[in-house]
Design a protein around this ligand. Structure first.
Ligand code: GLU
Length: 304
């Protein structure tokens, strides 16, 4: 809840790298039901900031599937690809404050760095005190110093993070000139006055970075709830890379029922044979965030 306005504002922020699969349907459903059960708004944001990995066709397909599933979002979807000016302005503020620094390191030069839990290289600090003579800036990184971030996640409980050990100075503007996901998310959530972020627990490692960045930019920190990650029978997160199947637009109730079940809501079996409207009516009346398991959990082959 925004303490000044009393408004709950949530969002769903898919990356259009492929069609909507079960894992992203779970995030859409959890964020939607949490927002609606608080009488709040639910915004849609297409996270196409990483343009080379995204496609307009995938965005279009995601929007069609969400509509077929009966999701009703407030206002027009926001497209990150149209927000470069806002990201550039935020980066300028950080430059003025000295919280970011230019980095000349190439991927190869960072190849021997320690790895963060998410597999990214932890920056060894090479350019932190200034570029070596003759080197040119490629990327911009945020100084994390000795920052420690703690937050209470509504599903996962207390999370404590030591940013130097878990992330290091992370990139805000990439060598290819694109703004990094971390910056885009923080600027977009702040500009849209998002009060609650409900998303997959695969993003849990990003949250401490985002909270630190919010602090550097002087914007509010939303409340967080990270939903269990859906994995396939091999224990892999459902994603385009693991070839998760797209939600079948002609049978949305089946997928919605499976998502409700996955989120621990124990929907009656016959709800899966009814209409989309009936399913949402039941879900709206019975949604309990406290019933959501921490996960991760396996989903059946029919939806995975
Ligand atoms: N775009 C991200 C994804 O699809 C979600 C980002 C977020 O919810 O903050 O995984």
């Amino acid at each position: 809840m925004n303490p000044r306005t009393g408004i709950y504002r949530g969002r769903f922020a898919p990356s259009p790298t492929g069609p909507l699969h079960f894992g992203s349907l779970v995030a859409a459903m959890g964020s939607y039901l949490e927002a609606r059960s608080h009488g709040g708004e639910w915004l849609l944001r297409i996270e196409d900031v990483d343009a080379p990995r995204c496609s307009p066709a995938a965005a279009d397909s995601i929007l069609r599937t969400l509509a077929a599933c009966g999701f009703e979002w407030d206002g027009e979807p926001l497209w990150q690809s149209r927000r470069s000016e806002a990201y550039a302005a935020a980066l300028e503020r950080l430059k003025d404050a000295g919280t970011v620094f230019p980095c000349a390191c190439t991927r190869r030069e960072l190849a021997d760095s320690a790895l963060a839990p998410d597999g990214a290289a932890i920056y060894p600090g090479t350019c932190r005190a200034g570029l070596a003579p003759g080197r040119e800036a490629r990327a911009w990184r945020l100084r994390v110093g000795q920052a420690r971030i703690g937050f209470d996640d509504a599903v996962q409980g207390r999370i404590e993070s030591d940013l130097a050990a878990e992330a290091g100075d992370f990139v805000l503007r990439r060598a290819d000139g694109l703004f990094a996901y971390q910056l885009a998310v923080v600027v977009d959530d702040a500009d849209a006055a998002i009060t609650h972020v409900v998303r997959g627990a695969d993003l849990l490692l990003s949250t401490a970075r985002q909270i630190y960045l919010q602090q550097c930019l002087g914007v509010p920190t939303p409340a967080y709830a990270h939903l269990p990650v859906a994995v396939n029978a091999a224990g892999e997160k459902l994603s385009k890379q693991t070839l998760a199947v797209a939600i079948d637009n002609t049978r949305p109730v089946l997928a919605l029922h499976a998502a409700l079940d996955f989120l621990g809501q124990r929907p009656p079996a016959d709800l899966g044979r009814g209409t989309v409207a009936e399913l949402w009516a039941w879900a709206g009346a019975n949604w309990r965030l406290q019933q959501v398991p921490r996960g991760p959990a396996t989903v059946s082959a029919t939806v995975a």
